[in-house]
Design a protein around this ligand. Sequence first.
Ligand code: KIV
Ligand code: NA
Length: 264
Amino acid sequence: MAITVPKIKDMKDKEKISMITAYDYTSARIADEAGIDIILVGDSLAMVMQGKSSTIPVTVDEVIYHAKMVRQGAKNALIVVDMPFMSYQADYVEAIRNAGRILKETGCDAVKLEGGREFVPTISSIVAAGIPVMGHLGLTPQSINIFGSYKARGKDEAEATKIKEDAKFLQEAGVFSIVLESVPKQLAKEITESVNVPTIGIGAGVHTDGQVLVFHDMLGLFDDFKPKFVKRYAHLKKDALDGVKQYIKEVKAGEFPTDEHSYL
Ligand code: KIV
Ligand code: NA
């Protein structure tokens, strides 16, 4: 059965939520067949798909392009799409229109956006339009130019308090779930206990209601850098490199193709 937003909310305190990114049909098929609860068409596609050094340049048209392909590959998972930088920050009317375009043109289920109390009017307006919103607190990569690094957030008391309060604000604004990125596990635990929507952690310890990882990170396909929170469950880049090297060798040696791969 296809997973819905109410089903995700209902999983809090009952069953841990599994979430992974995907950016195309093939990766979405794999995640969906494996039984993932939520697929995120993350703006991390900037790094993984486009080779860029931040998520800043991603456009609404680009996430729509990727989200359409993911939609084709996923039957059961809930599909959440990241709202790109500057698609929701300038004004809330533009934010509603962009969220609407994303849902309407892709057939996906919800959007995600970064930020705390400043975005309460934006989030509640998008939700009022009938579009479910997932929040994102802690390390918010679209603000890289303010923070200057991708270091963990909420390590000092003042920042921890702000993030905790922001989680409450997001709940009041109507988010159905909150991603907590790169925050101390104790802070993530306190937030998880203080809100009635599920928290989904990435680098936030074991106490959140769910976990999210980037597909290419956790399968060892992308190794430009490896954040502390990434666990590698496979080593696909190594397999791929070995495969391509073997192919090259066999082509050069005239060993491929054999009759098995030829029309006789
Ligand atoms: O873009 C992304 O992949 C994300 C996850 C890390 C939560 O926002
Ligand atoms: Na993102």
